[in-house]
Design a protein. Structure first.
Ligand code: ADP
Length: 455
């Protein structure tokens, strides 16, 4: 600034001196005015150059970013310092802008990566931003639906009522846009106020949670029902024994019936414990082994005993074992899975039906344990649900033969824990075939030196 004043003073002084030399006092005054005018002219020209530079800088800044601030400053002298300061300020501003843009990009990327749906609403409830998950949840178009009212797009009456009530302390559960009758999708949506009247809309897919909760409720109801039935019968017999004068034969009859009911409860509790053990223990490793010969001998023993118990004529039971193999896995679990399939075949096949139990190794190295029966078969609509807990096709046959409705659920768990697959094929009236296919890793040929009982 000082330099500027000094140059003005020099211009005025030179003008005054030239004026004095040319025309005395009046000339001096005119010289000062002329000097000042000349100074003003050259100052305005420099200022104009600076303005043009600043304008060019502003334009270049929009296009080039940081490169813009390297455009050289125009003026020399006192305006060059001003230009330099402007340039430095601009560069600092640009860097700060870039940093905050990078932070914003990272925050948005994190919000995009969220497994939950996220929508930012302005004070009027219009969508300002939404992530991809939320667009899936509500069927939004990330670009097209910006500035639209959320209540117009999430057209679930529960959500409309939730927004209208204005109480966002709890989430509301709505139906997802991709929901179908076969595959329902349920979302838990909650609004979180922030800033000045803005709201963040969070959505979480709770379909599996709701299903698990429904299954838990059903399970408790089923267990209670299964236990209550024999308990009621038992309580009735106890009361009869206590109140009625019975002779010895009648007493023995009642006691036998009571023993049957308590046996039923015991089987149920044992199956429940097996299931919870299967869910609660680590996956079986490959270090435990059991020979197919041993597994099948035990299954055959159980099948023949059960067949003799259920029908005096018995069944035509055949066990075929191709090759001498060992299964890697938990022996007790494997035994229970194979036994369940074999005893089911005996229980559901009216005597004197045929039952063929077979072990074979398939060409691709997988081991297959199959049970084929000539029983009543199963209608196709029941097949996908057979392994559900307490799902029964033939309730009375299941009860009569001591079934709990948990057998195939146990089989499914064991099969999954061993990386195997359960295949069920059946047609009404044409028997059923249940097969477990073990992966090649779990099947090994038994060495001649190994004992039959080696597990
Ligand atoms: P349960 O203890 O009732 O036998 P499971 O889970 O073992 O329970 O079997 C579920 C249902 O599948 C049974 O109730 C029965 O209706 C059907 N089922 C199982 N095995 C057979 C089979 N070999 N033939 C016909 N139906 C079967």
């Amino acid at each position: 600034m000082f330099l500027r004043w000094l140059s003005w003073a020099v211009f005025s002084l030179v003008g005054a001196l030239a004026g004095v030399w040319l025309g005395g006092a009046t000339g001096a005054l005119l010289g000062v005015i002329a000097g000042g005018a000349l100074w003003l002219l050259q100052d305005s020209m420099r200022l104009a150059r600076l303005e043009i530079w600043l304008r060019a800088l502003q334009l270049a800044d929009q296009d080039l970013g940081e490169e813009a601030v390297t455009v050289s400053a125009p003026a020399k002298g006192w305006y060059s310092e001003l230009a330099e300061r402007v340039r430095r300020m601009l560069r600092a501003q640009l860097r700060a802008r870039k940093e905050s843009q990078a932070r914003l990009d990272e925050t948005l990327a994190a919000m995009q990566a969220s497994p939950n749906g996220l929508v930012l609403l302005d004070a009027e409830g219009r969508i300002e931003w939404c992530n991809l998950m939320s667009s899936q949840h509500y069927g939004l178009d990330v670009q097209r639906d910006l500035q639209q009212y959320a209540v117009n797009l999430v057209r679930d009456p529960a959500f409309t009522a939730y927004v209208a009530a204005g109480d966002y302390a709890r989430p509301v559960v709505v139906t997802g846009s991709q929901s179908t009758a076969m595959r329902p999708v349920r979302l838990s949506v909650q609004l979180h106020p922030y800033g000045q009247g803005r709201r963040m809309m969070l959505s979480r897919d709770v379909t599996l949670l709701e299903q698990a909760e429904a299954m838990r409720r059903d399970f408790v109801a089923n267990v209670s029902h299964e236990i209550r039935t024999p308990l009621t019968v038992l309580a009735g017999f106890v009361e009869t024994l206590q109140t009625l004068p019975l002779d010895e034969t009648q007493r023995q009859q009642y006691l036998a019936l009571m023993a049957h009911q308590s046996q039923r409860m015991q089987t149920l509790v044992n199956d429940l414990l097996s299931l919870s053990r299967l869910e609660g223990t680590p996956l079986p490793g490959a270090q435990d082994e059991v020979s197919l010969a041993l597994l099948m001998t035990q299954c055959e023993h159980e099948a023949r005993m059960l067949s003799a118990q259920l029908a005096s004529s018995g069944h035509a039971i055949e066990f075929v074992r191709e090759g001498d193999h060992v299964l890697c896995g938990a022996p007790s679990e494997l035994q229970s899975a194979l036994s369940n399939l074999v005893t089911n075949a005996v229980r559901y096949t009216p005597a004197p039906g045929r039952i063929l139990v077979r072990w074979t190794v398939l060409p691709d190295g997988r081991g297959e344990f199959s049970v084929q029966d000539s029983g009543p078969g199963i209608a196709p609509e029941h097949l996908p649900r057979l392994t559900e807990r307490f799902y029964r096709v033939d309730r009375s046959r299941s009860r009569e033969t001591g079934g709990t409705g948990l057998g195939l659920a146990i089989v499914k768990h064991v099969v999954q824990r061993h990386g195997a697959e359960l295949r069920i094929q059946s047609q009404l009236g044409q028997g059923a075939r249940f097969a477990i296919e073990f992966p090649p890793l779990r099947v090994r040929v038994r060495a001649a030196s190994e004992e039959l009982t080696s597990a």
